[in-house]
Ligand binder design. Structure first.
Ligand SMILES: NC(=O)c1ccc[n+]([C@@H]2O[C@H](COP(=O)([O-])OP(=O)(O)OC[C@H]3O[C@@H](n4cnc5c(N)ncnc54)[C@H](O)[C@@H]3O)[C@@H](O)[C@H]2O)c1
Ligand SMILES: [Zn+2]
Length: 390
């Protein structure tokens, strides 16, 4: 699986006149899924566009914003006022969005709330938040009264590049993450880059790991763009981040359009995730954010590709250097390697009984390698997991 896309279009960057900084161009990307096709709008200050969409989508129906208290303190007030000024009647339901609340009882509570305020099948839901809000709001949208329309307003970098679209909705069980859910697509997505300005640093970095992943799996041009713009990326420069989110959105939309339900191509999105997920499991999801585990996972899986002679060392060096410059980890310390291996074995049982991994063939190109020998996996883990013996 490979492709040859070019770098984000520099012509879309705003003119650098300090007196009149031009707003980065808003762009609409189609998630081309036949009957389930929808638009993903990426830009800055999308309030007006959201209002326009909502007014066009409803008649006398109810509109409900689903969000969390944390996101709401920054972003729900202005959205609600803009919609109300446009004549819409809005209800807001807030629920906690930490990972431990991404469970069925929260879904039940939201659904009961919707029923109490009289929502029916014509209600429009607006999920405003990170991946937890989009996953759980999407699941509510897909199942409340057998399905209502919903739009996503992803507010984290990770959700704008990944969780906010693509159709995977769901919640966690005690035994594992995302084990209950359905594939169902939102009606539209609005990724406002301004939302990223209120994100905590770790949450921002969390999303950057997924951005690097897109460069590695699909787009050498994106990798080059990141390398050239590290300072702007770290400063959350709006035009740079608009170009990057737009690019990642295009890549994921293309992958999802080829393979909506993860029968093949979509698995390329798992690069860095086999080992990354095992690191998350081995540390009880407490020690590191997902993106940090994916960052180490990408290094480990690229090292594996090197050992299997799929790539030469410059590919690994290039990845490691970029992660370093972005402040993302390429190694972790003091995690029991047996626990990581164990987590991978559990994961393997749920899949096809084999260690199948997505490995790089170079920057921007990956392939699926079946049946990776466990001893090789252990060997790379021993290199990326630093143990202090004192
Ligand atoms: N459906 C998919 O395809 C898919 C893909 C990847 C991940 N996910 C899921 O996404 C979830 C992780 O999502 P996430 O990384 O976006 O984290 P998140 O939703 O857990 O949000 C992280 C934190 O940031 C806060 N936050 C969100 N937006 C903010 C903003 N603009 N300003 C300030 N604070 C803000 C939240 O309140 C939360 O405390 C996981 O549950 C994962 O399983 C789903
Ligand atoms: Zn991920």
């Amino acid at each position: 699986m490979s492709n040859h896309a070019s770098a984000p279009n520099p012509a879309s960057r705003p003119a650098s006149s300090p007196a009149s900084p031009r707003r980065p161009r808003t762009q609409t990307i189609d998630c081309a899924l036949g009957q389930n096709a929808y638009a993903i709008v990426v830009g800055v200050e999308l309030g007006e566009k959201i209002v326009q969409y909502v007014r066009g989508a409803i008649d006398r129906d109810k509109v409900v914003i689903l969000s969390s208290p944390k996101v709401a303190q920054f972003h729900v007030g202005p959205l609600k006022s803009a919609l109300e000024q446009a004549g819409c009647e809005i209800d807001v339901i807030l629920f906690p969005d930490s990972e431990e609340y991404k469970i069925l009882p929260t879904v039940t509570a939201i659904a009961e709330n919707l029923a109490e305020i009289g929502c029916d099948r014509h209600t429009l839901l607006i999920n405003c938040g990170g991946g937890v809000v989009c996953d759980m709001g999407g699941f509510v949208g897909a199942t409340y009264m057998r399905g209502v329309r919903w739009i996503n307003l992803p507010t984290t970098l990770l959700a704008q590049c990944d969780a906010g679209f693509g159709g995977k909705t769901g919640v966690n069980l005690d035994i594992g993450k995302n084990l209950v859910g359905v594939f169902r697509q939102p009606a539209a997505v609005f990724s406002d880059i301004n939302y990223l300005l209120t994100l905590a640093e770790d949450e921002y970095k969390n999303g950057l790991a997924e951005v690097v992943k897109y460069g590695m799996i699909w787009d050498e041009g994106l990798m080059r763009y990141l390398e050239r713009n590290v300072a702007k990326v770290l400063n959350r420069n709006l035009s740079t981040m608009t170009a990057i989110v737009r690019r990642c959105t295009r890549i994921k939309a293309e992958i999802v359009a080829r393979d909506e339900q993860e029968a093949g191509t979509r698995r390329v999105l798992n690069f860095g995730h086999t080992i990354g997920h095992a690191l998350e499991t081995a540390t009880g999801y407490q020690r590191f954010r997902h993106g940090f585990c994916i960052s180490v996972g990408m290094v480990a899986e690229t090292l594996l590709a090197l050992k299997m002679e799929l790539i030469e060392s410059p590919t690994l060096e290039r990845l490691e250097k970029l992660l370093d410059r972005l402040g993302l980890p390429r190694a972790a310390d003091d995690i029991d390697i047996d626990r990581i291996m164990n987590a991978m074995t559990q994961d393997k049982k749920r899949r096809h009984g084999r260690h199948n991994l997505i490995l790089p063939l170079g920057v921007g190109e990956v392939c699926e390698v079946e049946d990776v020998p466990p001893n090789l996996l252990r060997e790379v883990l021993e290199e990326v997991i630093v143990t202090f013996d004192w």
